[in-house]
Ligand binder design. Sequence first.
Ligand code: SF4
Length: 747
Amino acid sequence: MIFGRTQRKPIAIPAKTVKEWKYSTCNYCSTGCAIELGLGEQGQIVTSRGHAGADVNRGKLCIKGLLEHELFDSPGRGKVPLLRERAHQPFAAGSWDAALDRTAEEIKRIQAQHGRDAFAVVSTGQLLTEEFYTLGKLVRGQIGTNNYDGNTTLCMASAVSGYKRSFGADGPPGCYGDFEHTHCLMAFGSNLPEQHPIIYWRLKEALEKRRFPLIVVDPRVTMLAQFADIHLAITPGTDTVLINAMMHVIFKEGLHDADYIARHTQGADELRALLADYDPKTAQHVCGIDEDRIRTVARIYAKAPRAMSIWTMGINQSTHGSDGVVDINNLNLITGNIGRPGGTSLSITGQCNAMGTREWSSCSGLPGYRQLEKPKDRQRVAEFWGIAEAFFPPARGLAQTDIFPAIETGEIKGLWLVATNPMTSMANQPRIRRAMEKLEFLVVQDVYEDVETTQYAHVFLPAAVWAEKEGCHTNTERRVNLTRNALRPYADSKPDFWIFNQMARRFEDRNKIHYPATPEGAFEEMRELSKGEGRTLDISGMSYDRIEAARGIQWPYSEARALADEARIGAADTRTALRQDFLGDARLYADGAFQTASGRANLIPVRFVNNNECPDAEYPFWLNSGRVVEHFHTRTRTGKIGNCNKFSPTPYMEMNPDAAQALGVEHQSYVRVVSRRGDAVVMVQLTQRVGRDMLFIPFHFHDCVNRLTLGLLDPHSRQPAFKQNAARIEKIDQREAARLNLERRSF
Ligand code: SF4
């Protein structure tokens, strides 16, 4: 008897002949995996692989990185500049000169009529660092608007703000290598296996070698929570209550590191005074974790010889985001867990180069973590660029989340969006849509011309992507890594670096600034600007060749240290050097000296004020949002890549089976989710991952969860609360819902 098909047609994988491998760094998430791109006979990219010699990923890639080389000629790529008189009319193709001239004229017209700040620029965390630096030079040094920010306000602003408040400067103090030294890891609102799969793999590898407790704080039973030793299913938005209660226990039971507190911190008395109000008995009723659990976790953490905390959007995307980061830093400072192997406070960043924009884009200040508020910093940069110091504003302007309300009120009339898609990514989309309609002029610069925001644009500038360009990224652990140019830009698209340089020529009537012709030239300027002045962000010892030889170098890495390293190894050609020879500092603050005026870290009391939008009788569910492993951000890229889209083609909503039964909702049926902002139709997935009073929807899809989110802002960071919203469920005709869903997928 013959089973199965009689005429078998086995899948044949065509042999791919690789003529040359080009060094690169993944352009999706902040893990910073090193990738080699395989070029075929004609110079086309035929395959890719994780770089086995890179410390970050050691040859591994996640699904996004594995398929990333398919994006270069994916559908929807912008081919030529597009222009039109009014939004929503048909676009006409134009030359680069026409598009750049029109954009420069509109910026100047708006600024002449309404003031320099009436034109705003919002960029991204996905350009290369040299491009960020160049854009900052153009915006701060020539266009001169103070309303300039990055979409990193949606993901990392609270981490930046919290680090500055605690340590006096931005910059994650730890590294992935800390997993190999820690005795306890506490993860707050971070679902590593789906968000940062290769960081998760590093953690898992460390756990396989040496067991240590993994404690996960998350309202949802995420994939990471399923692997945890202890899962604390916290009430959304109440992390500071839990941490305060843990610190209450630690001080009360004498488990704190009194010596470290005395030598390296300030503010301990004020913190201890506040913590008196956070007895676990009281705190349990607010944060939803019972008092015994709070005590147990506090003891495990404080008694561990080294303990570390990581966090992602569960902390940052909250009205208490900055306070949450400060409180995590407080916890680590009082237990002496900063700057030690396995003892750290490590914010896991979001976008591939969110760190690069924090460091060099001048969005919230001036390059190299300099501040507009400091005359010394303004003077240094003005001198370096050769412009008058008075051209800089004395303090930073609006954050991205304040720019859209300012468009609504008419304060801002024109906008330049660079590689960001607010029509999908911003909270409260109905409000964002109304703001976009009010713009006198919008220019969208993006890899894809079909991004949702382009429908409001007057000019579209097609940008090159990833290895069509050359330059650096900085990852979560401060590692600067390189992408070599592997192929020419698609059609008539141009590298963002070229676009900014061309635009700069059109503003020379304001300030004439020198712009290096190549990204490597811009990197040389950044190296120079990073020297000395006691700053941690020192990249003066790096060069493209050294970075490639080391497969990424962590800052600080000074010129003196690089010269000493070269003398030690005696390598004239650094490309042949072993990667261990150029490592930079794995950790910040190992000496206990912080970037505050006193050199001591700040212990800051954080009092919880409940300003979340909480469920009530009318809207009885918490609505939470997050990520899936196949997609990156608003799917502008992964939505075009066959297998990423095949595995995760449609938005869905996680709902608890008991809650569904009470409402008569079935698995895989469509429902309408309604909030005070709007509604969205999604397919229900019944799962115990969410509690009875919680709904979860991935945030990647257009016209979905961000039609519902409120986006209240953190007072320190201006980051929106995407994860604490109230919603209700309504039943919907299934045929109508399926039609709506198909329409959305065909966008
Ligand atoms: Fe790229 Fe992040 Fe995946 Fe690494 S983990 S391959 S950096 S998306």
